[in-house]
Ligand binder design. Structure first.
Ligand SMILES: NC(=O)c1ccc[n+]([C@@H]2O[C@H](COP(=O)([O-])OP(=O)(O)OC[C@H]3O[C@@H](n4cnc5c(N)ncnc54)[C@H](OP(=O)(O)O)[C@@H]3O)[C@@H](O)[C@H]2O)c1
Length: 409
């Protein structure tokens, strides 16, 4: 059965959502029994809202801005249609009106993509932690500023140069004002605070400071002290009240948010019941945001599944590539390292780094291998274990080589 999705906006996120829906439609139909199809698209130059509404079971709003987004969302809900939106502006300024209208019409208003891109902050706060007494939510909720600050720290670039680079790479818009002044993060924190604490929070209630006054010197001196600068959004209970703010702050290296680099977002939720949870991932980008929007569409189409769908026939792979650490106790005599290297080489295992330490008559070889299939590495270790100069069973551990910085760059 077809499920008609009316799409308002066909820009960065709208076009990516349209493409993703087309790519995933067979898989969605197989798991839900419903086939979502775009019933029409509205932009400034094409489509007509009333006609689109008539033909749709659900409306996806990806236009942005306050009007006519607010009006269209209200009219869609009044017509009994579920709405999915990524619009933090409208939710942070007209949230109460929109939530009340959704309640009155008994329809769903879903907005995971409005905060944290694909990072499921809204779902976790609203559903997973529905029963938790949340004390504090804080994090990095703007990818543009995090990219600029990360680049300034990494390369010593000035604020202006890092901003220009962010624009060239598509991490900052031509007019970056909302991002660099902290206003975008403030809108997201208003939405988060409303959900986490059940309190009405308007964008105007959130004081915000940006990063446009930060200099390369601030960042470089602080780096020498082990500090890194992040634009932090924070909402926390203080005495009997609630403080919601956005401000740049230095963090020490061990802080969970200190290693969140590039355009990534991360949000930490604290509650006595759960201690804390940190969620992180791409905070923006057409495809990533579209994925969160599509997740919301599927949730609105059908009641959330409590059981996994029937299993697919996909092979479970056991022999996987990994880098390895190898600890060998050997007799300290000439040619040992060459023989070990030869046996490893015959199995296709190549050494990335090696440290050798003498211990009287014996020596210890500690090596890290380049990634190799586990089966080949195990075969090489079995051969090494049988050599007469190997004194004890070789010890091995896997090495995960990737760094968080590489993944988020
Ligand atoms: N980009 C991201 O990475 C990202 C991440 C998270 C959330 N979001 C949110 O997603 C939403 C869309 O962002 P975007 O980056 O995709 O914006 P965008 O590239 O500027 O696209 C906006 C689209 O909406 C249409 N539109 C704007 N005003 C309209 C109006 N009055 N009537 C009809 N159509 C109108 C535009 O039509 P024309 O093509 O005719 O101009 C365009 O197709 C925003 O709420 C944004 O905050 C974006």
């Amino acid at each position: 059965m077809t499920f008609s999705v009316g799409l308002l906006g066909h820009g960065t996120v709208g076009a990516a959502f349209h493409k993703l829906l087309d790519e995933r439609v067979d898989a969605i139909e197989a798991s839900t029994g419903l086939r979502p199809e775009i019933s029409g698209v509205l932009t400034r130059s094409r489509g007509e809202f009333d006609d689109l509404l008539e033909r749709s079971d659900l409306i996806v709003e990806l236009m942005g801005g306050l009007e006519p987004a607010r009006e269209y969302i209200l009219r869609a809900m009044a017509a009994g249609k579920h709405v999915v939106t990524a619009n933090k502006q409208v939710l942070s300024q007209h949230g109460e009106e929109l939530y009340a209208a959704a309640r009155a019409a008994n329809v769903q208003l879903r907005f995971e993509a409005a905060v944290g891109g694909v990072v499921p902050v809204i779902r976790v706060i609203h559903e997973t932690l529905a029963a938790a007494h949340i004390e504090r939510v804080h994090g990095i909720v703007n990818g543009t500023t995090n990219f600029i600050l990360s680049e300034m720290a990494r390369t010593g670039a000035s604020y202006g140069d890092a901003l220009r680079q962010a624009q060239e790479l598509g991490f900052a818009e031509a007019d970056p004002t909302e991002d660099v002044t902290g206003k975008d993060a403030a809108a997201k924190m208003a939405i988060i605070a409303r959900l986490a604490f059940g309190v009405e929070v308007h964008l105007d209630d959130v004081p915000y400071e940006g990063i446009d006054h930060v200099t390369a010197d601030d960042i470089s001196y602080a780096k020498d002290l082990g500090l890194s600068l992040k634009l932090i959004g924070s909402a926390e209970r203080i005495d009997s009240g609630l403080a919601v703010r956005v401000y740049p702050a230095f963090l020490y290296g061990g802080h969970p948010l200190a290693s969140v680099n590039g355009s990534f977002n991360a949000v930490t939720i604290e509650s006595p019941a759960i201690t804390e949870i940190t969620l992180s991932g791409p905070g923006a980008g057409g495809t990533q945001t579209a994925s969160a929007v599509l997740g919301d569409v599927i949730s609105a189409m059908i009641p959330p599944p409590t059981l996994p769908p029937p299993a697919l026939d996909i092979e479970l792979v056991r022999d996987v590539e990994s880098a390895f650490y190898l600890y060998l106790e050997v007799a300290d005599r000439p040619g040992v390292l060459a023989q070990v290297a030869e046996i490893l080489g015959l199995q296709g295992v190549s050494i990335k780094s090696v440290v050798q330490k003498g211990l009287g008559d014996d020596a210890v070889l500690v090596m890290v291998m380049h990634p190799v299939l586990e089966s080949r590495f195990s075969a090489a270790v079995e051969l090494l274990a049988r050599l007469d100069f190997v004194r004890a069973r070789p010890r091995t551990l896997r090495v995960i080589e990737e760094t968080f910085e590489e993944k988020s760059a």
